[in-house]
Design a protein around this ligand. Structure first.
Ligand SMILES: *[C@@H]1O[C@H](CO)[C@@H](O)[C@H](O)[C@H]1NC(C)=O
Ligand SMILES: *[C@@H]1O[C@H](CO)[C@@H](O)[C@H](O)[C@H]1NC(C)=O
Ligand SMILES: *[C@@H]1O[C@H](CO)[C@@H](O)[C@H](O)[C@H]1NC(C)=O
Ligand SMILES: *[C@@H]1O[C@H](CO)[C@@H](O)[C@H](O)[C@H]1NC(C)=O
Length: 374
């Protein structure tokens, strides 16, 4: 294991990245979250405005550096190709026993069963809880579809540009259950690299807004249904987190109404904010230091879920660096050329999370695949 850890990078220049930090709209929650930041001498003062709430964070600039202060442009700390990695069942079951109290199979998505006794949901961001209405309750399944079921070998597929040219498609599809994030395109010309199958896909208000106009028009709704059926298949789970901020609730819950009224067999599911909070705490207890930051990236959250529901977790397309192992530039997403987010996304402690994932990889708990598959 050659990974040497992170140190705050002391920097007296104000680079282009910092200037971009001064004012940008968070890509996920646009236009309701405004992030203002000033980074100087390796520290950033970050002001996040969401709805009526304000969050002020003083954080080290999110640059990963090695022990000598060199920026980790060319991280060479993971095995370049699979083959050397071996699953350590003992280590995996030790971790699972730490996560067991979360009862993820039962609690990670809301169900009529769980809502029968608990109607008051705390929002991830926001002071007042949300009282679940009967209509909302009816848009959830009777019981969680993950109870008493193992998902087998799971492929978690992030959207990093590291997938471009990887030829990992076949390997991804050879898993028993394929999870993708934020409604990415699963179509030509990407299939060789990313695979075709999707068993579960996540979505967010930001994505529903930028691609389907929040499902307000008939055209938006039809395009959304077409995207689901055409790119993922008929029985996919589409999962979202409506109880993050109040503004997200309506559009995300309306997905299930739309699917019902169009007789779609796609299954809408909603993450329980209670489970997200408990999972955050569990990982803090396991040494994931998210001080000053209040949320996971969905990549890390679903990794935690998969570690409990799957026999083996193989992760593709998670790569928070701007260059690959050979120093070639990596795009933020495999499917578009705009470069934003990653380490400069102040919402997610990508560096901390990635370090944790690497530890788990090295322990044989999960497999991070960042090289080419063939
Ligand atoms: C597997 O993990 C256990 C517990 O974490 C450790 O004691 C053991 O040495 C590991 N086995 C291998 C082959 O690395
Ligand atoms: C799950 O399995 C347990 C033990 O076999 C059983 O008692 C329970 O009814 C099952 N639950 C569901 C929802 O199938
Ligand atoms: C859905 O199914 C119902 C009952 O089978 C039918 O009356 C309705 O027209 C269908 N709706 C659509 C959009 O296909
Ligand atoms: C918070 O985390 C949940 C679960 O990962 C995610 O779905 C949601 O979008 C996150 N919210 C923000 C504001 O990042």
């Amino acid at each position: 294991m050659i990974f040497t850890g992170h140190k705050t990078y002391i920097d007296i220049t104000i680079s282009i990245t910092w200037i971009l930090h001064f004012l940008y709209l968070d890509p996920m929650l646009k236009p309701f979250v405004v992030t203002l930041g000033l980074c100087v001498l390796g520290m950033c003062l970050i002001l996040d405005l969401y709805g009526a709430d304000v969050k002020i964070t003083l954080a080290p600039s999110l640059r990963a550096v090695d022990a000598t202060g060199q920026e980790l442009q060319r991280p060479n700390f993971i095995h370049p190709v699979e083959g050397e990695w071996e699953l350590n069942r003992t280590a995996l079951s030790e971790l699972r026993s730490r996560l067991k109290p979360l009862e993820t199979a039962q609690n990670f998505v809301l169900s009529q069963d769980s809502l029968a006794t608990k109607r008051r949901l705390p929002l991830m961001f926001g002071k007042k809880p949300y009282y679940v209405k009967d209509k909302d309750k009816d848009s959830t399944p009777e019981i969680s579809p993950f109870i008493n079921r193992t998902l087998g070998v799971c492929s978690l597929v992030g959207n990093s540009g590291i997938l471009t040219g990887s030829k990992c498609g076949q390997k991804i599809d050879s898993g028993d259950f394929v999870i993708r994030f934020n409604m990415p395109p699963v179509c030509s010309p990407y299939l060789d690299d990313i695979g075709r199958r999707t068993d579960l896909v996540t979505t967010s208000r930001g994505r529903m807004n930028s691609k389907w106009g929040l499902l307000k028009s008939r055209t938006g709704q039809e395009k959304f249904l077409h995207h689901l059926h055409d790119q993922y298949g008929e029985d996919t789970f589409v999962v979202s987190a409506p109880f993050t901020i109040r503004r997200d609730i309506e559009v995300l819950l309306s997905i299930s109404e739309l699917l019902q009224s169009s007789n779609s067999s796609v299954v809408p599911l909603y993450i329980s904010p209670i489970h997200v909070r408990q999972t955050l705490q569990a990982w803090r207890d396991l040494g994931l230091n998210l001080k000053g930051r209040i949320n996971f990236s969905s990549g890390f959250y679903y990794t935690s879920v998969a570690l409990e529901l799957c026999d083996q977790v193989n992760i593709y397309g998670f790569w928070p660096f701007r260059t690959d192992r050979e120093g070639r530039p990596v795009r933020y997403h495999y499917y578009k050329s705009v470069d934003n987010g990653g380490l400069s996304n102040s919402w997610h402690a990508m560096d901390k999370e990635f370090e944790k994932l690497l530890q788990l990889h090295n322990l044989g708990v999960l497999q991070l695949i960042n090289g080419n598959c063939r």
